[in-house]
Design a protein around this ligand. Sequence first.
Ligand code: SF4
Length: 401
Amino acid sequence: MTTAGTTAAPLRFAPVAEPRLAALPPLAVYVHIPWCVRKCPYCDFNSHEKADALPEREYVDALLGDLESLLPSVWGRRAASVFIGGGTPSLFSPESIARLISELRARLPLEPDAEITLEANPGTAEAARFRGYRDAGVNRLSIGVQSFDDAKLAALGRIHGAREARRAIELALDSFGNVNLDLMYGLPGQALAEARVDLEQAAKSGATQVSAYQLTIEPNTVFHRRPPRLPEHDLCADMQRMAEDTLGAAGYQQYETSAFARAGFRCRHNLNYWQFGDYLGLGAGAHGKLSFAERITRHARVKAPRDYLAAARRGATLAEERVVDARELPFEFMLNALRLVEGFPEQLFAERTGLARSAIEPALGRAAALGLIERDARRVRPSARGRLFLNDLVELFLEKD
Ligand code: SF4
């Protein structure tokens, strides 16, 4: 990537003290369901083609075991959101999702208006199924549409076509007042006019949020081994601008690099990540972050579904748990918070990391001098240039040895 001129003189960091948190941040729950009908050639998520019937009961038991092992770390706290992601969680029956949500509620109090999202694939959309998820307590559905063009969907290896995509959105809106639609641009051989058609269809779909992502080639994917011909960088940048214009004109407000929502429908679960909140990670390969008065920790579960289930039988799914080094916190915080178009209130850094603002002052000064951020008395936000060179901006907060 081109740089924004950030490689000049090395930054001097003030020595970073240990964190001291005056209050704990909001808490969310992420649940990972790791199976799909078929593995998409671009996907580097922890998702696995399902062979036979899914072990739904055993897997939900394992998720609840993960939760129980974490409860002593979150006594007295309430969760503000639950996100059931994957993989393809809509492969699980409404009965399994109902059991998961009710058993989760029985162990961990949820806020009365907690946002509960489930990811669904248009290839698994049925009216009765969606109603079942709603009755189970899901109040937000996220649909992986990706494109409304049959040829592009086939190139992406998706199991659905444009008709199924439109039908899934209709069914979702029949059962849910809050529906996110995932769309991708920069697809193999995609022209600007084709991206426009996709964006226009998304904009008039009735979804409360559209998440528009650029297709990227990730290691360990089929596309990495056999790369398709993707649009050039400049064309993709034009598509991103087109997404901002098209969705903006249709009343969607961009609040994060890829997220565009109608008023009142920003994804609270994702906002909690970007505002450096806490979350429990349940399920195969799930990651979590927890804050305590004097430390911030991260945890991760055994990744491969079969190994995870075997570990769950032994009550030992934890693969990693570590205290985040205080010197990493400025970078970790900025990696999230600077994705937000509106940035963050200055005091949020101290609230969420437990570090003094002096820990980031030199890097903030450098970022402002380079025109990568804008600051006023209350907020720090990425400038238009900062959003364009987000990696360079965030790297300014990396502690160099
Ligand atoms: S459906 Fe989603 S999670 Fe599953 S393989 Fe495709 S992109 Fe990955």
